[in-house]
Design a protein around this ligand. Structure first.
Ligand SMILES: Nc1ncnc2c1ncn2[C@@H]1O[C@H](COP(=O)(O)OP(=O)(O)OP(=O)(O)O)[C@@H](O)[C@H]1O
Ligand SMILES: [Mg+2]
Length: 257
């Protein structure tokens, strides 16, 4: 059981700017939640507070009922995948995948056989078996992004956090990776929080979407509910009308066939 709960969470940066305001949000065990909203609305801040990379100004964040506000990032049991893959260029793919495991200390320490096993499993899951001896520069963008994902997965995180992991990829690869990510989620059942500003990405990936604007949660709902019953004008414009526009554009392309 791994659930996440934000209770009245506010983030005010040192310059006084309030990036997230009084956020109440719960993520169920095994759920795929997408944080959606325009640039600057507070998506990354929301994720980074949960990851322990950003302090909470007020309110409480709980993982499995335990308040984590003051727990160091490394003790929270989370895996994180960012937009830039930040792989170690001089290391092989296998070493990139195992790096976090090799650095683990204390109770988290694994034997080298266990590490090998986990790397092999991740490589099979992500179709990287033939690339384990290569360096990152010998891989395509999509393959590198899969390594970044694998690096988070080998640690068997309680919660997987992804911040616009596909935005560096071209449209075709994004589409492929999106399907991969959802398939992996269904296979592993890891509670997942995924940040994007892309409405279609949110609609296709999410069990539920949390839509933010200017640091304030606008609607937290199943994708189709949000589309059919937008909570306010912002959601209507940002989600519904945007999707309608895309559909209309697509339809008009085929009209004269
Ligand atoms: N360290 C900081 N100090 C002051 N303001 C910050 C800081 N980091 C972020 N902000 C501001 O907080 C707001 C939310 O930032 P955040 O990175 O969470 O947005 P976002 O929704 O992830 O945007 P994007 O889609 O562009 O990544 C923005 O207006 C940003 O300028
Ligand atoms: Mg961001």
């Amino acid at each position: 059981m791994v659930s996440v709960k934000y209770s009245g969470v506010t983030k005010q940066y040192d310059d006084g700017f309030i990036a997230v305001e009084e956020l109440n949000l719960d993520v169920n065990d095994g759920e795929f939640l997408v944080l959606l909203g325009p640039s600057g609305c507070g998506k990354s801040t929301t994720l980074r507070m949960l990851a322990g990379l950003e302090e909470v100004t007020s309110g409480e964040i709980q993982i499995d009922g335990v308040t984590v506000n003051h727990l160091p990032a490394g003790a929270r049991g989370l895996g994180m995948v960012f937009q830039s893959y930040a792989l170690y260029p001089h290391m092989t793919i296998a070493d990139n995948l195992s790096f976090g495991l090799r650095m683990a200390k204390g109770a988290a320490k694994l034997t080298s056989d266990e590490i090998k096993q986990r790397v092999q499993e991740a490589a099979e899951m992500l179709d990287l078996v033939d690339h384990l001896d290569k360096r990152p520069r010998e891989l395509s963008g999509g393959q590198r992004q899969r390594v970044a994902l694998g690096r988070a997965l080998v640690r068997r995180p309680k919660v997987l956090l992804m911040d616009e992991p596909l935005s560096n990829l071209d449209a075709e690869l994004r589409h492929q990776m999106r399907n991969e990510i959802r398939r992996l989620h269904d296979e592993l059942g890891t509670t997942t929080i995924y940040v994007t500003h892309d409405q279609i990405e949110a609609m296709t990936l999410a069990d539920r979407i949390a839509i933010l604007d200017k640091g304030v949660l606008q609607q937290h709902d199943a994708p189709l509910n949000a589309y059919h019953n937008p909570a306010n004008e912002f959601v209507k414009g940002f989600l519904c009308e945007h999707i309608d526009d895309l559909v209309n554009t697509a339809n008009s392309l085929f009209k004269n066939d």
